[in-house]
Design a binder for this molecule. Structure first.
Ligand SMILES: [Zn+2]
Length: 244
């Protein structure tokens, strides 16, 4: 057995026997890790409350020989009290960890997904920031990380691009934005297309710093459906977070 330090976000946990839980983390260096937290369901447990979903923690883990590590110590890095105290922010946070859990692979390092998740949860925890664009931006960037970047600079089907080509529809299974000849999937407005380009074009900080931009609702719907089609499952927490 080896002891190692690791940072991670709690994705979820489930009961194991009388007093223990298995906790699933998205870690900085080892991807998705499952570990046993012994005795956490006892009221005297020191670290049970630190292992709630979405908590960002620094841990000491024993690496076992099987699939499960053992949590030895836990320190809170971010507990996200603002996020937890606001239902709208909380449900959005839960949608992020649902998508992160689906995309992360066990023991497969993905530091970009980890830092994206921590960054998005920190924005949701900041009362000075509007939470509306956090989940759609996360979904879009997660699709790119997973090799499913939608085409937004031309028609994903016929390849036409340039100022004279109007992109009027969006369908991730068809590759992204579509021209009027190839239209399938959902209608796409010019502000929504522009907003998605801004998210992926390096001005995400700008998108998240002001009030919810024009096209927010439409991009929320399009990115939710896109991530669902990519993962081949419906996201319950996303649907309850956004009301779509
Ligand atoms: Zn086309």
């Amino acid at each position: 057995m080896t002891l190692f330090k690791e940072r991670g976000v709690v994705l979820r946990s489930y009961r194991l026997g009388e007093a223990d839980r298995i906790v699933v983390f998205l870690t900085e260096s080892h991807g998705k890790v499952r570990a046993v937290a012994k005795g956490v369901r006892r009221t005297t447990s020191k670290f049970g409350a630190r292992l709630e979903p979405m908590s960002h923690v620094l841990m000491l883990l024993w690496a076992g020989r099987g699939d499960l590590d053992i949590v030895k110590q836990v320190e809170i890095v971010d507990h996200f009290p603002v996020l937890r105290g606001d239902l709208g922010r909380l449900t959005r946070g839960l949608s992020l960890i649902e998508v992160a859990e689906q995309m992360a692979q066990e023991r497969h390092s993905d530091p970009r997904l980890y830092s994206m998740l921590v960054g998005a949860l920190r924005v949701l925890d900041d009362t000075t920031r509007d939470p509306a664009m956090v989940a759609p931006s996360f979904f879009l960037k997660a699709l790119v990380l997973d090799g499913a970047e939608p085409v937004l600079d031309g028609c994903a089907s016929c390849g036409l691009s340039g100022d004279h080509v109007k992109l009027v529809a969006f369908s991730l299974p068809d590759g992204g934005a579509l021209c009027s000849n190839c239209r399938r999937g959902r209608p796409l407005s010019a502000p929504a297309l522009e907003l998605m380009r801004r998210i992926l074009g390096g001005t995400l900080g700008n998108v998240l710093s002001g009030p919810a931009p024009v096209g927010t609702e439409e991009v929320t719907l399009l990115t939710t459906e896109a991530v669902e089609s990519h993962l081949e499952r419906r996201l319950r927490s996303v649907r309850s977070a956004t009301g779509i």
